[in-house]
Design a protein around this ligand. Structure first.
Ligand code: CA
Length: 232
C-alpha cells in the first residue's frame, strides 16, 4: 500500500486527514512544519506528498522546491479558496494537482488515487494500463470499436472529438492542463492553440451534456479541464 507524507500545520485538519487516509488503507506520516516534513521526506521516501501551502518557517512553495530538487515524488497542494494564482504557481513549480479547502474526503481520495495511478502506484490491478472500454455513469467509450454511447445511444463524434474524449476519460478525476491536453490529443506542435481546444470542448459538451443532465467535463479556470468520473 502506498505511503503518504501529510504536511499541515492545523492540528485538527491534520489529524482528520491522517485518520481518513489510514482508514482508506494508506500508510501516513504527518508533519506540522516544513523542517519536520523535509526530514520525514528523506527518511520515509513517501509515494506522495500532501502539502499545505501556508506553513510556519518554510512555506509550501519552498518545500515543494526543495523536494523537486531531489525527487519527482508526486505532490498535491492543499490551497485555500480563491488562490487561483497559487494554483498556477504550484503547477508551474512541479506540483501534480491541488485540492481547495474546505474539501471532503471523497474528493481528496479521488485526487490521491488519480495521482498515484498515473505515477505508477495502482490501487487496483488494471490501472495505469490503457483499457479498451471506459465507462463512467451512462457514458461508455469503446476504443477498439471507435464508438461512444450515452445511455445506450450512439454519440456521433468527429475523429478529433473522439480522441479528445478518450484522452479525458483515460485521466478520470485528474486536472489536465491545456498544454497536457493539446500535447496528448494533437501533438506537440499545437501547444498554445488554447482557442481551438475551447471550441472542441464546447462541441463535445453539447453532445455529452443535455441542459438537465449531469456534467462530465469541469472547467478549471485558467488551467484546463477535468473529466468527472462521477458526473454532476
Ligand atoms: Ca496552514
Amino acid at each position: 500500500m502506498a505511503s503518504i507524507l501529510l504536511v499541515e500545520d492545523e492540528e485538527k485538519l491534520r489529524e482528520l486527514v491522517k485518520f481518513w487516509l489510514e482508514r482508506a488503507g494508506y500508510r501516513c506520516s504527518d508533519a506540522a512544519n516544513g523542517r519536520t516534513a523535509l526530514r520525514l521526506f528523506y527518511e520515509m521516501h513517501p509515494d506522495l506528498v500532501l502539502l499545505d501551502l501556508a506553513l510556519p518557517e518554510m512555506d509550501g512553495w519552498q518545500l515543494c522546491e526543495r523536494i523537486r530538487e531531489v525527487s519527482q515524488t508526486p505532490i498535491i497542494m492543499l490551497t485555500a479558496t480563491g488562490e487561483e494564482a497559487s494554483k498556477v504557481r504550484g503547477l508551474q513549480m512541479g506540483a501534480d494537482d491541488y485540492v481547495t479547502k474546505p474539501f471532503g474526503f471523497p474528493e481528496l481520495l479521488a485526487r490521491v488515487e488519480a495521482v498515484l495511478r498515473r505515477t505508477g502506484h495502482p490501487r487496483s490491478g488494471v490501472a495505469g494500463q490503457p483499457l479498451d472500454v471506459y465507462r463512467y455513469g451512462e457514458l461508455v467509450l469503446d476504443v477498439q470499436a471507435h464508438r461512444a454511447t450515452l445511455a445506450g445511444a450512439e454519440i456521433k463524434l468527429t475523429p478529433i472529438e473522439f480522441r479528445l474524449l478518450a484522452f479525458l476519460m483515460q485521466h478520470p478525476g485528474q486536472l489536465l492542463t491545456h498544454r497536457q491536453i493539446l500535447e496528448g490529443v494533437w501533438g506537440e506542435t499545437y501547444v498554445g492553440d488554447i482557442d481551438s481546444l475551447r471550441i472542441y470542448i464546447r462541441s463535445l459538451r453539447k453532445k455529452l451534456e443535455s441542459e438537465s443532465g449531469p456534467d462530465y467535463i469541469a472547467t478549471e479556470h485558467g488551467l484546463g479541464y477535468r473529466f468527472l468520473p462521477r458526473p454532476r
